[in-house]
Design a binder for this molecule. Structure first.
Ligand code: ADP
Ligand code: MG
Length: 386
């Protein structure tokens, strides 16, 4: 894929830059709980400031439903940004305005007023055609920031030329959200390992008893078709179940915890992959050339069901393969285990990395290419890494 880059914007001395970042960080007690997304955009800010530009940063934070909400005030993010990149301004939460999520060009016009160029470094929001993502490139000469280039290159090179065997590990909650990705990776990867809550719709489709596990009956047929198509999909061979009366995330509520094969008795909820499956997934990861991982393999926030995710995370940290993690809850699991730096690339965008892997393009990238054409900026190949 070809994108316009910051040097293509010409001399930035004395010019005003609108920078769209994804500073949607977790907050705890009114403070930033994890500043990764803020730190990741600092190199782009540094390049712009070094070039003599004035920088105004904009981002969304949380889901404030289109009106100002003190719970999603940018003040804690602004304080952290001021520590890491002094001298830049951060606008109010974009989602305080309902026009942001509606993709309203009127909001984009208001945002770009007073700016000379636009830089997009909001990879994590690029799968959404929101006003601040798709609007400014139509109005100003625009370029991808440094983080955006790295994120795009990492995911696109998985599609283009992964070192083989290419292993994809998918977990997480909703099979409905990820079926498109499962189907897409089935034609790219050599092995697709499936765990997490989403494996139960597949197990049910394969004829197993899934007890009280999460299941999406509307997608049973799709799962059955994927299994029948001869794809390299691997489902768990053993499981850890939570017995009747137990509640996920509440060990004090009781409920037995037991290991099973690929079938669960009535009333039992499948909450993690079993130790045999975890060991086999780890072996596959150890022998891989490239691994992409998205979605925890079990309800890992509950320590009783964290073992499968922990085993896979450790295997990812140890393998010699090129390892890419798709962010979201899997990134949080890696970070909580102190393994975030042990993978080749931890994406700042969960949904965006999945969408780019599935489709090979995102609305927020397509507008940058169209903008380059409109404003006659050159384009550069981003995924030439081997
Ligand atoms: P990601 O953010 O990495 O894409 P998801 O948001 O799709 O992942 O899913 C993460 C959630 O899935 C976690 O909160 C985890 O507790 C839950 N989960 C994983 N496996 C199970 C399971 N077997 N039963 C219930 N919840 C599960
Ligand atoms: Mg999630």
């Amino acid at each position: 894929m070809r994108l316009p880059t910051i040097p293509d914007l010409g001399d930035l001395g004395g010019r005003s830059v609108l920078l769209r970042a994804d500073l949607n960080v977790p907050l705890h007690d009114g403070e930033v709980a994890d500043d990764t997304r803020i730190r990741e955009v600092v190199p782009t800010i540094a390049v712009l400031v070094e070039a003599g530009a004035r920088v105004n940063v904009c981002s969304h934070l949380g889901r404030p439903k289109g009106r100002p909400d003190p719970a999603f005030d940018m003040a804690p993010v602004r304080r952290r940004l001021a520590d890491l990149a002094p001298g830049v301004d951060l606008l109010d939460n974009l989602r305080f305005d309902p026009r942001e999520e509606a993709g309203d060009p009127a909001l984009a016009a208001r945002l770009v007023a007073g700016h000379d160029v636009f830089v997009s470094d909001a990879f994590g929001a690029c799968h959404r055609a929101h006003a601040s993502i798709v609007g400014p490139p139509r109005l100003l000469p625009s370029a991808a920031g440094l983080l955006m280039l790295v994120e795009a290159a990492e995911i696109l090179s998985l599609r283009r030329a992964p070192r083989r065997p290419f292993v994809v590990v998918l977990g997480g909650a909703k099979v409905a959200d990820k079926l498109g990705v499962v189907e897409a990776v089935c034609s790219m990867a050599d092995i697709v390992l499936v765990g997490g809550a989403m494996c139960f719709t597949f197990l049910a489709a394969a004829g197993h008893d899934i007890g009280a596990s999460l299941c999406d009956p509307d997608h049973l047929e799709d799962c059955r078709a994927l299994l029948a198509a001869g794809h390299p999909l691997q489902l768990p061979e053993d499981l850890v179940g939570l017995g009747p009366g137990g509640r996920l995330g509440e060990p004090a509520a009781g409920g037995a915890v037991r290991q099973f094969g690929a079938n669960l008795p009535d009333g039992w909820l499948g909450a993690d992959i079993g130790p045999g499956t975890a060991a086999s997934f780890a072996d596959t990861i150890a022998d891989a050339g490239t691994v992409f991982w998205n979605g925890p393999l079990g309800a890992f926030e509950d320590p009783r069901f964290a073992a499968g995710t922990a085993t896979v995370a450790e295997a990812l940290a140890e393998t010699r393969a090129h390892t890419v993690v798709g962010g979201g809850d899997s990134g949080a699991a890696l970070t909580s285990m102190g393994l975030a730096r042990s993978v080749s690339h931890l994406s700042t965008g969960g949904g965006a990395s999945l969408a780019l892997l599935e489709h090979g393009d995102l609305p927020g990238l397509a507008v940058l290419r169209a903008s380059a054409e409109r404003f006659s900026l050159p384009l550069h190949e981003v995924d030439e890494r081997d």
